[in-house]
Every structure is written in structure tokens, then in C-alpha cells.
Design a protein around this ligand. Structure first.
Ligand code: UD1
Length: 315
């Protein structure tokens, strides 16, 4: 029986994809080294096999393909922190680029794959100021993280051209939702805010460090819409050999985001304002007309996503 592999499947976005695949009655194999992911992110299910292993090990990937036959691969396993990639570019490269090649090579040997979906990032656009970001916009990868994401997506697309392996790459904008780790100052800002608002409603003293004036904007997309986008591209023949932005096409400022959260929680968040963070970009949002041409429509507005996230966190 043919299975679906999700690398990094115990992590934030991966585990949401796994959950949806299981609902659709698929047989799913997760490989994760649990550096960021957790068993708690995954449901107990007979259709799910979890392999603890490091995708940067060629032997581990070879063994995985000896034990299972895959019809689809969602490749999300990565060192997800840009800051960590700056600290340790070599280690990041092994996980964020070499592992992609190991998977592609095993896919080539195995044959018969229906789709390989690679999770890339809006980080590939860097600080190039043209907005909105289209897939054809100038690429300016500024960090080891962004460089490896871009190189990986190019390998993924080349495998479609050169070896006829049906691949697709997706560039995620600012994804938010439950199971995103808020513990580092470089964690996604929505997860950090959620943590702060939890403290507030528990009457704990807290404040939020705001870098800059709060007028910076991002294209925040709720994780469920990201799952929807991943499944859609994996099923669409027109998506083969292409790259797609995954965002909402809308931009929200940090000040607006904080305002929405204050309304949901009926609290007032104390702010400690600092200088703009070095390397920060002022504005970012996606053009998603390519994804929409496949039939994608985000189901959650920023406010709706935030409300569901908050309710799930406080279940
Ligand atoms: C994302 C990456 C970041 C990378 C950047 C460029 C994540 C979580 N962040 O940042 O590592 O360098 O793309 O590719 O993947 N903010 C605060 N207070 C906080 C945290 C954040 O004010 O406690 C601000 C930030 O300065 C930024 C905004 O919130 O202006 C959004 O931050 P973040 O969620 O890290 O997203 P990106 O800036 O897009």
C-alpha cells in the first residue's frame, strides 16, 4: 500500500498536514528528529508510523525508502530558525539543503511518485522592496536559511524538468497557529503574542517587546489555510514543476494585530518599545494569483484565524 511521507511531521506545520491526511484516511509516515517537533503534536492513529531520525543522514533516508513505498512526499523538515542558520550555516546546510537532495535522489530511484511538495519560504525574497511579492519577483536570499531554501526549491524544480519527477515548491509567508513554539525572541511574533496574552488573562505581569513603531506589516496566514494550500498543489497537475506563494494576499500591521488580540481577550497589552530589529523588513505581502488559479481561497481572515488559535490554546 502506498504511503505519504511527511518530513518534519511532528513540527508546527507538518503536524497539521499529518492530521488532515489521516482524516482523509491516508497511510502516513513521519520522520522527525524531535529537535523542535514533539510526539504531543501527533494524534494516536493506526494509520500513522513515526520514525525518529535525522533527515541530514543519507543512510537514514535510504533506510526509510527501503522500508516504505511512497506516493507523495511533503518535505517540511528543516532548521526553521533563521537566527540558528546564521549561528551555524554548515549544520543548517546539511539539514536544509543536503537532506532535500537525499530525498529527491531516493525518489528518483523508487519511481512512481505522484508528488513531491517542498516547503520553501518568503525569506527567499529578502529585503527587495517591490510589493506584493510575486513568484517572479527578484530573489534576494540574505541568510543561510534563505539561501538553502532557494537552492532546495531550485533542485526540486530541476528534478521535475530533468527526471520527470512531479514536484512543486511552496513559499510560506508568516504562518501562525497552535503548536508554533514561542520560546525564542526569533519565534513567530503571533506565537510570542499568544504567550503574552495567556499571561495577561492569568493576571501575570508581562509586557511585549515591540521592535520599531508597530507599523511594519506582514502577510499572516493561518496554518489551516497552509494545509489546504499544500494539499491543493499536491493534487493539481498544473502545479507540477512550479513554485507558489502561500499567503493570504493581505497585509496586517503589528499594531493592528495587537489590537485584534486585545479585543479577543478583552485586555490591554503593556508594550515595551525598542529600536527596529536589524535586518527587519518594513512591509511584506504576497500576490497569490498563481495559487488562486488552482482554486485556492483562504478560509480564515486574520481575525478569524486568531480567534480559532486563541480558543484552541485555551481549550
Ligand atoms: C521572519 C523570520 C525571521 C527572519 C525574517 C526574514 C520567523 C519567525 N521569523 O521574520 O527570523 O529574519 O523572516 O526572512 O520565521 N517582533 C516584535 N517583537 C517580538 C517579535 C517580533 O516586535 O517579540 C516584530 C519583528 O521585529 C518583525 C515583526 O514583529 O518586525 C514580525 O516578526 P517575525 O514573526 O519574526 O516575522 P518576520 O519579521 O517576517
Amino acid at each position: 500500500m502506498s504511503k505519504i511521507l511527511v518530513t518534519g511531521g511532528a513540527g508546527f506545520i507538518g503536524s497539521h498536514i499529518v492530521e488532515e491526511l489521516l482524516k482523509n484516511n491516508e497511510q502516513v509516515v513521519v520522520i522527525d528528529n524531535f529537535s523542535m517537533g514533539s510526539m504531543d503534536n501527533l494524534p494516536k492513529d493506526d494509520k500513522l508510523t513515526v520514525v525518529e531520525g535525522d533527515i541530514s543522514s543519507k543512510e537514514t533516508i535510504e533506510k526509510l525508502f527501503q522500508q516504505h513505498q511512497f506516493k507523495k512526499i511533503f518535505h517540511l523538515g528543516a532548521i526553521a530558525s533563521v537566527a540558528a542558520s546564521v549561528e551555524d550555516p554548515l549544520h543548517t546546510h546539511q539539514t536544509n539543503l543536503e537532506a532535500t537532495l537525499y530525498l529527491l535522489e531516493e525518489t528518483r530511484k523508487q519511481g512512481g511518485l505522484e508528488r513531491f511538495v517542498f516547503a520553501s519560504s518568503a525569506a527567499v525574497y529578502g529585503d527587495e522592496p517591490t510589493l506584493p511579492k510575486k513568484e517572479t519577483s527578484t530573489i534576494r536570499p540574505l541568510t543561510p536559511y534563505a539561501i538553502d531554501k532557494f537552492a532546495s526549491e531550485q533542485y526540486v524544480l530541476a528534478f521535475s524538468r530533468l527526471y520527470d519527477i512531479p514536484t512543486t515548491a511552496v513559499r510560506f509567508f508568516n504562518v501562525f497557529g497552535n503548536r508554533q513554539n514561542p520560546s525564542s525572541p526569533y519565534s513567530g511574533v503571533v506565537s510570542i503574542l499568544t504567550d503574552k496574552f495567556k499571561q495577561l488573562v492569568n493576571n501575570e505581569e508581562t509586557n511585549f517587546t515591540l521592535y520599531g513603531d508597530g507599523e511594519q506589516t506582514r502577510d499572516f496566514i493561518y496554518v489551516k489555510d497552509v494545509v489546504q494550500a499544500n494539499l491543493l498543489v499536491s493534487e493539481s497537475r498544473e502545479a507540477i514543476g512550479k513554485v507558489f506563494n502561500v499567503g493570504t494576499g493581505e497585509s496586517t500591521s503589528l499594531n493592528e494585530l495587537i489590537g485584534m488580540y486585545e479585543e479577543i481577550t478583552n485586555t490591554k497589552l503593556p508594550i515595551k518599545q525598542l529600536e527596529e530589529r536589524s535586518g527587519d523588513i518594513k512591509e511584506s505581502y504576497s500576490d497569490i494569483s498563481e495559487l488562486k488559479s488552482l482554486g485556492f481561497e483562504p478560509k480564515f481572515s486574520m481575525g478569524e484565524g486568531l480567534l480559532e488559535y486563541w480558543n484552541k490554546e485555551n481549550d
